[in-house]
Design a protein around this ligand. Sequence first.
Ligand code: GLA
Length: 400
Amino acid sequence: MKRALILLALAASAGAHAQKFEGLAATPQMGWNSWNSFACDINEQLIRDTADAMVKLGLKDAGYEYVNIDDCWHGKRDQDGVIHPNAERFPSGMKALADYVHSKGLKLGIYSDVGATTCGGHPGSRGHEYQDAITYARWGVDYVKYDWCDSKGLSAVGAYTTMRDAIRSAGRPMLFSMCEWGDNKPWEWAKDIGHSWRTTGDIYPCWDCELNHDSFARYGVMRILDKQAGLRKYAGPGHWNDMDMLEVGMGMTEDEDRAHFALWAMLASPLILGNDLRSMPEATRRILSNRDVIAINQDKLGIPAWKFLSTGQLEYWAKPMADGEWAVAVLNRGEQPASLNYDWKAHFVSDDVSKREIDFKKAVYNWREVWSGKSGDTSRKLEAKVAPHSVLLLRLKARG
Ligand code: GLA
């Protein structure tokens, strides 16, 4: 009874001036999550080994920071309602695991759900939001992914606001990653609630497929890309459109992996790895640790790219960057190789979000293609062969 009263008082005082923690995700968050590769087959050794691999493979140095445990870590609630991890899978407990991850200079993420049960059928946070936030804070958790299963009858604004307030009152800065699949257009209302919000249902490692289950669908990379139309104006430092976790290294071709990674970088999505870091081929590691691609994602202006031109199977995307620079991606969505013969001067590029423009007739930019290292400038046509399902990714800097 006393505990309940304290929790109620905490809730009321937090409600008065609750805010999300500022200063988290000033650029899109980077890390790893257990779901895409392991689903419910997770345990503390996997999390430790993943943290080790992140350091050893240079991914931490490249900017990856969060090691996130997704669904199915849960045991039961005790008689006071306090949640405990599954004792067989996490015998040392979450505090010890957080300490380990922190000792590597990394951060730990955890998963819960607005409903009484998570998508995997484990205890969700409904009715225990403040209690769970306090538990996570005690464990030393740094990141909460909050799912939308079993949400029937709940207001999305209400449910996510409650958890934001709970995290705030628990007092530990924890990045709040909203996983509501875009059902209630969170981009319109969640800027002050979450640090990122999923814009779609779950991703699937294919180029352009859609996989229909009974009650939900999973989407290939092109399908998710197309669902971002109109959303870029809602994202910015501290509040990102989350295109879901990466499927790089999960069975697509190398060209497809590069294109997927480049597009998530261009659109300023969080970069959360989904592959098994303990057994990663060198080619995958090279893609995921490409400093130039990561720098485009992590640009401090935080403005997502938009598609400024499409011609047949080719799409041209531009991202305004700090210090007057730009990134441009040329995407070949199609099944055939494309011969690119692009006259920069023929297209005036004008961005209605950043209000920036490039007039290639007036200014010449030097460019460098980040996968091949080739360079050139915009006074001449861009000539290249673009393989099917691939991107050219160029960084442009005006000539001084
Ligand atoms: C939902 C989420 C996924 C994952 C699973 C876990 O489908 O969208 O990202 O967290 O639940 O059950």
